[in-house]
Design a protein around this ligand. Structure first.
Ligand SMILES: Cc1cc2nc3c(=O)[nH]c(=O)nc-3n(C[C@H](O)[C@H](O)[C@H](O)COP(=O)(O)OP(=O)(O)OC[C@H]3O[C@@H](n4cnc5c(N)ncnc54)[C@H](O)[C@@H]3O)c2cc1C
Length: 408
């Protein structure tokens, strides 16, 4: 640690990236005051099981808490969102009015589920989103065999929820605006494979259409939906799986470039709209937009678990040693569980202009697609071919560029 090391560090966002950053700070020898602020009342917990095991498990709710180190020595302020940041006085304000000074601040506030457009509100009862543990438990209580569920959006989250509901014996319709699930992210072949998995499992997948209206009873309970193709479907419940939006509302007026996520340089230092560094502030996880060499240096927030973990290590190091930061060199990676298969991806398939199908075998549950941009490898997707990922990952590492530091 350099002589300029801070004494008072503040982490806002008490989940995966926030916890991992706090653990890294202590592991790297930080002995000063460490405060972690979270708007949820819960101790940090893991989200991937929420759309998988938590929805299908019987009996008492499955626990998904992330392991806490006994000796973290942090002050936890839970159930109190941060509502404002003043970088010039180095102060964060919480919803109860308390003001927390910091030498170094790590922003790890993640994302929130996108809801239905507010000018056409969805019925108040029976329509769900899934981001947190309480959402998962509320949704799970609805997943009773024989009921009819409409899932809006066939991305990874919508697909997993549809698969879990089907496994619980529900009658599931999955509505997707694109021609195939995830076609923009994974290409036509990857999308077709996922569509086939859903249909084989008995899900009624409707592509090229959207939900335009909900039908609800006088007490506000959903009983059906209308699609853009004019068809009407009965529904006992619906889930909106329309993607996530970075939780940056509390940064309004702070001077940080936060549209689409906190814009960062390669050291995960938060930037102003003019590209200069906000001193003492870093970001990590779903809330951070980080330059991606695989996408020509464009700052992106992939929203993946592994990226959040790896970024939190880099961001913690930058806070501890601002004079000698190390660039973030992680390669995005992702997994998803669907109908008994594990989908794995490395790199950024969505940044490609060409998909090359190496293997496509639905019966054997094997899929391997490599993705290229101007002829260079930028990503890969596999099912049943996990062993191939290491080679792809090695091929992708070479695209990481040595970044130029942003100006302070
Ligand atoms: C249901 C689900 C399933 C997923 N499955 C997978 C998967 O299979 N594979 C994969 O790679 N990724 C998956 N992900 C994504 C993965 O969970 C995220 O990438 C990861 O949680 C990001 O961690 P984070 O700490 O950056 O953000 P989050 O986990 O979103 O945590 C941010 C925390 O900050 C809090 N917060 C927000 N605003 C404030 C504020 N103003 N003040 C204080 N606290 C605030 C939030 O409430 C939250 O507790 C899944 C996500 C979900 C929701």
């Amino acid at each position: 640690m350099s002589r300029t090391a801070p004494r008072e560090l503040l982490v806002v966002g008490a989940s995966l990236a926030g916890l991992r950053a706090a653990q890294t700070l202590r592991a790297q020898g930080f002995t000063g005051t460490l405060t972690v602020v979270g708007d949820e009342p819960h101790q940090p917990y893991d989200r991937p099981p929420l759309s998988k095991q938590v929805l299908v498990c019987d009996g008492p709710p499955m626990r998904t808490e992330l392991p806490l180190s006994e000796d973290l020595g942090a002050r936890w302020l839970l159930g109190r969102p941060a509502v404002g940041l003043e970088p010039h006085t180095r102060t964060v304000t919480l919803s109860d009015g308390s003001r927390l000074p910091y030498d170094g601040l790590l922003i790890a506030t993640g994302s929130t589920a996108r809801g239905w457009p507010s000018d056409r509100p969805a019925p108040p009862h029976g329509v769900f989103t899934l981001r947190g543990r309480d959402d998962a438990l509320a949704l799970r209580a609805e997943l009773l065999p024989g009921r009819r569920l409409v899932v809006v959006g066939a991305g990874f989250l919508g697909g997993e929820i549809a698969a879990a509901a089907r496994r619980r014996g529900l009658d599931v319709t999955l509505v997707e605006a694109g021609p195939q699930p995830l076609e923009r992210a994974l290409g036509a072949e990857g999308g077709a494979y996922l569509a086939a998995l859903h249909r084989e499992a008995g899900i009624d997948l409707r592509t090229g259409t959207t939900v335009t209206d909900f039908f609800s009873s006088a007490d506000g309970r959903i009983f059906g939906v209308r699609l853009s193709d004019g068809s009407e479907l009965p529904a006992d419940s619906a889930v909106l799986a329309l993607g996530a939006a970075p939780a940056t509302g509390w940064l309004a007026g702070s001077g940080i470039a936060a549209e689409g996520g906190v814009r960062c340089d390669a050291y995960l230092r938060a930037l102003r709209p003019d590209g200069t560094v906000v001193p003492g502030v870093v970001a990590a996880g779903d809330v951070a937009r980080v330059p991606q060499p695989l996408a020509g240096g464009e700052p992106l927030a992939p929203g993946h678990w592994t990226d959040a973990v790896e970024q939190s290590t880099t961001a913690a190091h930058t806070l501890l040693d601002p004079a000698a930061p190390r660039p973030y060199t992680g390669v995005p990676s992702f997994w998803s569980d669907l109908h008994g298969v594990r989908i794995r991806s490395v790199g950024l398939p969505a940044a490609s202009d060409e998909a090359r199908v190496v293997e496509y075998d639905l019966k054997a549950r094997r899929l391997e697609i490599s993705y290229h941009r101007a002829g260079r490898l930028v990503g890969a997707l596999t099912i049943g071919r996990t062993s191939r990922l290491a080679a792809y990952r090695a091929g992708l590492g070479g695209l990481t560029t040595a970044p130029r530091p942003a100006r302070e």
